[in-house]
Design a protein around this ligand. Structure first.
Ligand code: UTP
Length: 301
């Protein structure tokens, strides 16, 4: 069956970005000038997805508004002859993909958020895309997972090696065997293992291709790590009755869900943004020289 649908869970509290996320959704925090959720919707579109369900929660209305038309703003831009900005604004409404919204009443965990998509997804395979990770590669990562699914008809989870001391931040796989380059048969999936108990350094990153059987499992899934219903636990259960593969991502991953990753990504994307790249480059070179001088004088003392 063709993969046509994607679910973007966006109901988390975004506590790592407080106080910014007290009243504003973290998905609306921009990288240079584009909210992170727009990057995710664009990846879905490039991957051939037709329908997206965004699972939101309290204080998330601006996500819906962002993808809606804004007639007042558009009229103002038109009257002032700001044609480029007008087209830019309208292009967000005309992405050519259907967006649906539902709410998760309590942030009870990623697994619980995905369960909200059950009637939207029905009996089809579907993608899950987390807004914390921006992925860059020639072929979008969601499309890579769809390509795998088209051959295996099995759930496939995107993974990447991470430094060993960071494994406890992620869901981690216990690999069984590599069945072809970049496709791993998985023995088990563990959510945020202690560093000394981690079965590998392959971390689950924010893209999943799941078969609909996951919903029945999620419906009975008990809360796990952190008292939340964990998607990783449900995937581990599913792996016992049907094959679940891990797909190794070789592209570039930008973790924008924490402050440092967010700032690094903003700088990298800024350095290729046509409007600001030259000035930003000069600024970074100047700043780099100043910081180096500062470090040298500190060492002398
Ligand atoms: P995270 O735990 O990374 O996001 O969940 P968070 O809870 O928003 O952020 P922090 O950790 O407090 O800073 C991964 C994804 O799952 C969604 C989040 O919105 C994020 O996209 N999520 C998480 C939900 O939709 N509902 C939940 O109950 C939990």
């Amino acid at each position: 069956m063709k993969v046509r649908k994607a679910v973007i869970p966006a109901a988390g509290l975004g506590t790592r970005f407080l106080p910014a996320t007290k009243a504003m959704p973290k998905e609306m925090v921009p990288i240079v000038d584009k909210p992170t959720i727009q990057f995710i919707v664009e990846e879905a579109k490039k991957s051939g997805i037709e329908d997206i369900l965004i699972v939101t929660g309290k204080n998330k209305r601006s996500i819906e508004d962002h993808f809606d038309a804004n007639p007042e703003l558009e009229q103002d831009l038109e009257e002032k002859g700001k044609t480029n900005l007008l087209h830019l604004t309208q292009s967000i409404t005309n992405l050519g993909i259907n967006l649906y919204f539902t709410r998760q009443p309590h942030p009870a965990g990623l697994g619980d958020a995905i369960l909200r998509a059950r009637s939207f997804v029905g009996d089809e395979p579907f993608a899950v895309m987390l807004g914390d990770d921006l992925m860059d590669d020639k072929v979008p990562l969601t499309k890579q997972l769809i390509n795998r699914y088209n051959k295996t008809h099995a759930s496939t989870i995107a993974v990447m090696p991470v430094p060993h001391e960071e494994v406890s931040k992620y869901g981690v796989i216990e690999p069984a065997s590599e069945i072809e380059p970049g496709l791993i048969n998985v023995k088990s999936f563990v959510e945020k293992p202690d560093i000394d108990k981690a079965p590998s350094d392959y971390a689950i990153i924010g893209r999943y291709l799941l078969t609909p059987e996951i919903f029945e499992i999620l419906a009975h899934q008990k809360p796990g790590r952190g008292g939340e219903v964990q998607l990783t636990d449900a995937i581990d259960t599913m792996n016992k009755t049907q094959r679940v593969f891990a797909h190794v991502f070789n592209g570039e991953r930008h973790d924008v869900g924490n402050k440092e990753g967010y700032l690094e990504t903003s700088i990298e994307y800024g350095l290729s943004h046509p409007e600001i790249k030259d000035e930003l480059r000069q600024y970074i070179i100047k700043m780099g020289a100043e910081l180096e001088k500062e470090d040298k004088s500190k060492k002398k003392k």
